[in-house]
Write a protein of this length. Structure first.
Length: 211
């Protein structure tokens, strides 16, 4: 198949950049293994982590479909294996497969919905509630013993990146962590987290959904 011939797989180490914000879009990237952080530089020149990409996700397709430069950078946070499909091949596949174009449209729609939900959370939930919600997502993805109590796992992100993802400052994040430890919700040691009871963590944000 043409796709198999054109597809190029490459390994990336933590810190390697897959594509830079402002680069011309040359094609589409498919994450096979690892974890990618999508970052954007703000007006002050600081790197802000927008979201994470997990295995099975496709990157760069929005810039490709719009014929634009990349609006953010993609950085490997773990050892990654990524498949690249050049623009000419991707364009040919879209022209000959309406179903593939529909899948991209569905993905864009889901991402828009997630972006709207994040805006709503930032506007209505406290920093603590937003952080608790993010922790439950990370528990689901990275905790090997999430069916047991207590739950122990390693955070895949620095505290600075965690703060970026919930739209707060590292200082506010540190205060939130200290208060959650004081209240017995979770314990933090470096990147190691112990969640004593998952229901208590969920309770930090779930009631706010009904306000």
């Amino acid at each position: 198949m043409r796709l198999d011939r054109a597809r190029i797989a490459k390994d990336y180490m933590p810190g390697d950049v897959v594509f830079h914000e402002g680069d011309d879009c040359r094609g589409i990237y498919c994450l096979q293994e690892g974890l990618i952080g999508v970052r954007k530089t703000n007006a002050s020149g600081n790197s802000i982590l927008l979201h994470l990409e997990n295995p099975g996700n496709t990157m760069g397709y929005r810039a490709f479909l719009a014929g634009e430069q990349y609006h953010a950078s993609a950085e490997a946070l773990e050892p990654c294996r990524i498949c690249f499909i050049n623009g000419a091949t991707a364009q040919s596949l879209l022209e000959h497969s309406p179903a593939l174009g529909l899948r991209f449209l569905e993905r864009v729609s889901r991402n828009l919905g997630a972006a709207e939900e994040k805006i709503l959370q930032n506007a209505t939930l406290s920093v603590r509630a937003r952080f608790a919600y993010l922790l439950t997502v990370l528990v689901d993805r990275y905790a090997p013993n999430k069916e047991q109590s207590p739950i122990e796992f390693e955070l895949p992100l620095s505290r600075h990146d965690l703060a970026s993802m919930i739209g707060t400052t590292p200082e506010s994040m540190s205060r939130t962590i200290a208060k959650m430890e004081q209240d017995g919700i979770a314990k933090f040691s470096g990147r190691k987290v112990v969640v004593h009871e998952l229901d208590n963590l969920v309770g930090e944000y779930e009631p706010a959904n009904f306000l």
